[in-house]
Structure formats: structure tokens, C-alpha cells
Design a protein around this ligand. Structure first.
Ligand SMILES: *[C@@H]1O[C@H](CO)[C@@H](O)[C@H](O)[C@H]1NC(C)=O
Length: 282
């Protein structure tokens, strides 16, 4: 009797704990974002606001933006990318501040011909200057199912993760004079657009409009951060992401992924930076 009751209690506690850790940050596309671009090409597909699709045809792409702005935060979503011949399409999930000296943190997925790999393009802009690209192939087919993509942005670092695996860390190196995004609140954006000239190694492939409309799906929008309002930001209490670092295992993961899947790194592009690669690299 006693032990079965104990077990039940343990299960109940476990259940409540699990339910909480799943639900706490779950967002809703109905409540948290606005489909601000695309004239009906972006759609929330369910009542709970868990699933959204963006589409692209010859006349327009589409996109959504978060209602709130954040100064530091953690932005995660699951995405299922355009299948088949997606050459020339770009599907994005990024943070950006307004203005001409903006800050930005990017995940962009460059489509490809059927059977050829997508490129995951990452970049960080500070005060309007980017030039910090790192690109990866993925270790799975991003069009076959949903995978989770996450940006953690805190005062010490920016961490990009794919299915909880860290693939890139951009550290705050202000102490050696490298600007870091920390003054400008950013909004979360997602979009599906056409960039044949940029996204297919300089226009090598053409977008096949006979396959339009192209559609990408977003699920389980999960963004929390220090919300910006009336000129100041307020951070939620006890946010693990605010002090998140990469431990030894995390750094080893980054090394492993970069060793195996990285296809471009601005830090090793001597052709582009003949006077020497940017100091943040060294
Ligand atoms: C497309 O496929 C080619 C050949 O498989 C590959 O080298 C390239 O990285 C892929 N991605 C893009 C966006 O070109």
C-alpha cells in the first residue's frame, strides 16, 4: 500500500515537473507574433498557435515578427524547410534591431537543388557591420522533419544551437575592442524569401518557379528574454540562458561540428581579408 502510494506520488511530482518544464516557455504564434509581410502567404495553422507556415511565390515571400523587443534573450523554434528543389530560396530565423547601425543575429537556410544539401548560414552584426559569416552543412535532412534552432544571447556570449547541439559561439570581446550587441533591443523575425543571386553561390542555380509556392513550417515558437518597454528592459527571474556558458563538453561539440560540417568560416578566408583576418578571430 504505502510503497504504491509513494510511487504514485513520485509519478505525480515527475509529471508536474515535466509538464512545467515543457510548458513554461511555450509560446503561441497567435499571441506572440504578427505576420507582417506576405499578403496572406504566412498562416497560423492551428488554434493553439503552435504551427505556422510561410510561403513564397514569384510575386512575394512572407514573414513574421515578434510583438516584443528584447535586450538579451533566448529564441528557439522548430523548422521544417522547403523540400525538393529549393535553390534560390532562403528561410530565416533571426534577431534584429532597427536603424542604420543595427545589431543582428542570424540563422539563414540557403536552399539547393533536389538531393543537394542546404547551407545553414550564421552571422552576427554589430552597429551595422556583419562580415562574421560561418556556414554549415547539416547532419540531417532539414526538409524531412522538424528540427530545433536556438539563439542564446546574453551579456557574455551568443550561442547558436541546432537540436541542442552548440555549433557556434560568439563571445563578448569588448575588452579587446570588438563591439558586441548589447545596447539595442532586437525583435525576432522569420521569413521565406528569394535570393537566387546570393544564395546559390553567386546565381549558379536558378529558382524553379514551376515548383512554387514554396512552403516552410515553424513549430513550437519559444522565445523569452528581457523585454524592452519604455526605454528599459526587464529580465525574467532565474533564467538559465542569461548566464549560459559553454562547458568543456559544449566547446568540444562546437569543435566537432565545425570540424565536420563547416563549409565557410570568415576567420579562415585569407582571400577576403588579405591584410589579415578580423581580430575577433585571433
Ligand atoms: C548545394 O550543393 C552543392 C553541391 O552538392 C554544395 O557544394 C553546396 O554547398 C550546396 N548549397 C548551396 C547553397 O549551394
Amino acid at each position: 500500500m504505502k510503497s504504491s502510494c509513494g510511487t504514485k506520488f513520485a509519478f505525480l511530482v515527475l509529471f508536474l515537473f515535466a509538464a512545467q518544464s515543457v510548458c513554461v516557455y511555450a509560446g503561441s504564434f497567435h499571441k506572440d507574433v504578427q505576420i507582417h509581410w506576405g499578403d496572406g502567404r504566412g498562416k497560423v495553422l492551428d488554434n493553439e498557435g503552435r504551427l505556422l507556415s510561410l510561403s513564397l511565390d514569384k510575386s512575394s515571400g512572407s514573414g513574421f515578427q515578434s510583438n516584443q523587443e528584447f535586450l538579451y534573450g533566448r529564441a528557439e523554434v522548430q523548422m521544417k524547410l522547403v523540400p525538393g528543389n529549393s535553390a534560390g530560396t532562403v528561410t530565416t530565423f533571426y534577431l534584429k534591431s532597427p536603424g542604420t547601425t543595427w545589431d543582428e543575429i542570424d540563422f539563414e537556410f540557403l536552399g539547393n537543388l533536389t538531393g543537394h544539401p542546404y547551407i545553414l548560414h550564421t552571422n552576427v552584426y554589430t552597429k551595422g557591420s556583419g562580415d562574421k559569416e560561418q556556414q554549415f552543412h547539416l547532419w540531417f535532412d532539414p526538409t524531412a522533419g522538424f528540427h530545433s534552432y536556438c539563439i542564446t544571447w546574453n551579456p557574455q556570449r551568443i550561442i547558436f544551437t541546432v537540436d541542442d547541439i552548440p555549433i557556434r559561439e560568439f563571445k563578448n570581446s569588448e575588452s579587446i575592442g570588438i563591439p558586441f550587441p548589447k545596447n539595442q533591443p532586437m525583435r525576432l523575425y522569420a521569413s521565406l524569401w528569394e535570393a537566387e543571386h546570393w544564395a546559390t553561390r553567386g546565381g549558379l542555380e536558378k529558382t524553379d518557379w514551376t515548383k512554387a509556392p514554396f512552403t516552410a513550417f515553424y513549430r513550437n515558437y519559444n522565445v523569452e528574454g528581457c523585454v524592452w518597454a519604455n526605454g528599459r528592459s526587464s529580465c525574467p527571474a532565474n533564467s538559465a540562458w542569461f548566464t549560459k556558458t559553454l562547458d568543456k563538453a559544449g566547446m568540444d561539440e562546437v569543435k566537432r561540428v565545425q570540424g565536420k560540417y563547416m563549409v565557410y568560416n570568415y576567420c579562415t578566408d585569407k582571400k577576403r581579408f588579405p591584410q589579415g583576418v578580423p581580430s575577433v578571430c585571433t
